[in-house]
Write a protein that binds this ligand. Structure first.
Ligand SMILES: [Zn+2]
Length: 290
């Protein structure tokens, strides 16, 4: 079984607020063990978390060996004040504060640095993000600063501009990457950046009635076509389901993600896809470690 390269153990795939509140008086082992067990049952032996502000993913890393799982975490994610990302980490206002957060993550045992460079999709409207994202220059500096401090970088990014800037700056893994344009996809395919496109949080919305299926379908199809393009051009792809997001349970979410990915590249390419995904996982395991 392939590993889970993008998960949020602090969330439960059902109700974000309720899941987080279980840890409000200190990290609770119960829900963490429940999720680790779900992965164990699905045969998952590697998990990379996106981090949280409460220390839940750090505790998960401590408990994971009991479940035969190699667990990685950035401790918390880093976002710019006033921008998307507050639910998973800490904010900075200027470059000095950003540097301090990178140092803090390192000090607290981060396996890599997680940054937020843009917003998320509005699932009721194809083509729309809840915010534009950070300026290219700032994104470049964030990635270079983390690299200079010896840390690899995982970036949450959607939208063409921010993602393009991140790839140009030598980003290590790109998460989501919705709404990329052709030239950026070409650049991505030729770069060393591993793309973890997280189809499950979109695909698993279909038929739930939470958003209009027609819009969700358009978002999903577009992303699948982009994946196919990068796959055909020989790009590096990684498997990560964004487990913990609504309708993406830990364990099952990864199986769903794999099914969506196979569909994106075409069932005839499964063997090549497996090879590509496991090569990316191998790289992440080796390089994104404290
Ligand atoms: Zn995520």
């Amino acid at each position: 079984m392939l590993g889970e390269c993008h998960a949020h153990i602090i969330m439960d795939g059902k109700n974000y607020k309720a899941a987080v509140s279980l840890h409000k008086n200190g990290v609770a082992d119960g829900p963490i063990r429940e999720h680790l067990e779900a992965w164990q049952q699905a045969g998952v032996t590697f998990v990379r978390d996106g981090g949280d502000a409460l220390g839940v993913s750090v505790r998960a890393r401590e408990l994971a060996p009991e479940y035969g799982i190699d667990y990685r975490t950035p401790v918390f994610a880093i976002h710019k004040k006033g921008h998307y990302g507050g639910i998973v980490g800490h904010a900075f206002c200027d470059r000095k504060e950003y540097r301090e957060l990178v140092l803090r993550a390192k000090r607290e045992g981060a396996d890599f640095i997680k940054i937020m460079i843009s917003g998320i999709m509005e699932f009721d409207q194809f083509g729309v993000l809840n915010e534009e994202g950070l300026a290219g220059e700032e994104i470049r500096e964030m990635i270079e600063t983390a690299h200079d401090m010896g840390m690899k970088v995982m970036a949450h990014g959607n939208g063409n501009g921010p993602v393009r800037a991140a790839i140009e700056a030598g980003l290590d893994t790109l998460e989501h990457g919705n709404y990329l344009e052709q030239d950026t996809l070409d650049m991505l395919a030729e770069s060393h950046t591993i793309w973890v496109p997280t189809l499950a949080p979109t695909g698993n919305l279909l038929g739930t009635g939470r958003y209009p299926d027609e819009e969700v379908e358009k978002i999903l199809r577009r992303q699948m076509n982009c994946i196919r393009h990068v796959f055909d051009k020989g790009g590096r792809l990684g498997l990560g389901s964004d487990a913990g997001a609504w309708m993406v349970p830990h364990g099952q979410g990864l199986l769903d993600e794999y099914a969506w990915m196979k569909q994106a590249v075409g069932p005839e390419n499964t063997a090549e896809l497996d090879q590509r995904l496991s090569a990316s996982e191998k790289w992440i395991k080796k390089e994104m470690k404290r």
